[in-house]
Design a protein around this ligand. Sequence first.
Ligand SMILES: C[S@@+](CC[C@H](N)C(=O)[O-])C[C@H]1O[C@@H](n2cnc3c(N)ncnc32)[C@H](O)[C@@H]1O
Length: 272
Amino acid sequence: MMVDVHETAFVTSTFRSFNEELSGDPFSRLWNNKKTDKWIQSYLSAVSQEEPLTHCVRNRYFLDQIRQLHGNNKVQVLINFGCGFSMYPFLFPEEMVHIEIDKPEIVEHKQNQINQWYSQGLLPKREIHYISADFNSEFEQDVLSKIKNLTNDSSSFILIEGVLFFLNASKTAKLFNLFSLSQNKGDYIGSVSYDATVLKTPVFKRLKDFFHQQRIENLECQVVEDSFYQHLPEYKLLNKENYFTLSTVYNYQPESSVDDILKENFYILQKK
Ligand SMILES: C[S@@+](CC[C@H](N)C(=O)[O-])C[C@H]1O[C@@H](n2cnc3c(N)ncnc32)[C@H](O)[C@@H]1O
């Protein structure tokens, strides 16, 4: 069974529905479907059984960070780059504004589904603006002007999670430049990436073997070091967490060692 890069969005949403109490997301289950369930079963047995939990924790961490910032009047707009099928808009108070950016096929499908679920009364109404973009194209000017029009200089939080793995370093640099042009002093970025330590782990080898076996080739598999975030000229790094450091905050016990968990880092940055 083949899975395209954009279908990874279904996988992430399904993972979040494995433990709704931990992820804090009772809506992600709306995306569950049989094809993804089947793919997930092979993925979990081939790569790591702990993947759903790591995604629940990731969602919960950013949910809590953004909720707190919004509560303190520091963030009015959430801009989600490579939003996939994440359901943040429905997890925050109504007055928050959302800009969701992804490939055209994801954006179109998401918008149609959300509208259908509104009409069925399954979701609370939210102000969501969708933007289609392929980060591997020359998308920056178009997206920047759309964001500027929508935010009107309101405070923002830019989230990019589960995406940098699929991009290369030059596209990543362009994205962070765009983030800086879109934001004002005091605004925030939440970013997720692997660092090079993951490349030596048995679990990463299993992941590569699994992708190969599924004929998912030509992935960038980008890793990003702390130094990238530490040296961004326009941002200061405020915090870094991962699945292990958050276990005491959210009260769970990681079952596997760091060699058997695809350990992503979660960064919070603030514009200087
Ligand atoms: C693993 S999913 C994560 C989705 C979401 N951020 C989440 O955490 O639920 C990766 C997402 O990145 C998007 N993506 C990957 N490469 C992209 C590109 N070149 N341009 C735009 N979006 C891209 C995919 O379409 C997909 O929705």
